[in-house]
Design a protein around this ligand. Structure first.
Ligand SMILES: [Zn+2]
Length: 235
């Protein structure tokens, strides 16, 4: 096997490792991130707080209404009970009842309004819960996919690292140093394939002699334009 064949294998392993590792940051960010559900959860939280406020308002208004109704009933009992006969006292009681009724009326109106709003907010909460349940299901499924992809990528990286270690034992140290240096300086691509006498990394044409030397593989031949190691597949 030519040295360049080993380097091409090394390049393929490194390219695949980079791709597999490149997936991981996105997956790590995605896993456990409830961000996509946050807006809906916040909306539901607001609606639930609104409902609790309405329930408090309703209790307060009902207490007011009960208090006024009890007072009206007691005053009316006195007014029509026959025990109070003093006309001034009767007029005063009658005024009192009229005033309490005037107070009761807006309390009852507000209660109706609160009931109405409670109904609407309750319906909204039910809708939000349904939507959130549906979205949580989609989210959970995506989480599953992301976790599976993470496991796959990690397993792939581990396996590629083993392959790399095994391969390096066969590579001459000087060739390896050339490869690593080129990979570092050439954006991760040290070995360029030659197709139709053209360097596939920089698209520059090679002379027949250059291609022939690269094909022989007696020594490493680099592209005169981009400097990468040229690899000609033997058919
Ligand atoms: Zn080139």
């Amino acid at each position: 096997m030519r040295t360049v064949d080993l380097l091409k294998q090394l390049q393929d392993i490194d390219t695949q490792t980079e791709a597999a590792e490149g997936m991981l940051p996105r997956l790590q960010r995605e896993i456990g991130d409830r961000g996509p559900l946050a807006d809906r959860e916040a909306e539901l939280g607001r609606a639930q707080r609104e409902l609790r406020a309405l329930e408090t308002q309703q209790r307060d208004l009902e207490l007011d209404a009960d208090r006024l109704r009890a007072k009206i009933a007691a005053d009316e009992a006195k007014l029509y009970g026959g025990r109070v006969t003093n006309p001034r006292e009767l007029t005063s009681l009658s005024d009192e009842v009229a005033q309490d009724r005037r107070q009761l009326s807006p309390v009852e109106d507000r209660l109706l309004d609160v009931f109405d709003r409670t109904d609407r907010v309750s319906a909204r909460i039910a809708e939000l819960k349904t939507a959130l349940a549906r979205e949580t299901e989609v989210w959970s499924a995506r989480q599953e996919v992301a976790r599976a992809q993470q496991r796959e990528s990690e397993a792939a990286v581990a396996s590629l690292q083993d392959q790399r270690t095994a391969l390096l034992e066969q590579v001459d140290p000087r060739a390896r140093a050339t490869y690593e240096s080129l990979r570092h300086h050439k954006g991760g691509l040290a070995v360029a394939q030659v197709n139709q006498r053209t360097c596939q990394a920089c698209r520059v044409a090679l002379t027949p002699a250059q291609e022939q030397r690269a094909r022989m593989g007696a020594d490493l031949v680099t592209c005169h334009s981009c400097g990468r190691i040229l690899y000609v597949r033997l058919t």
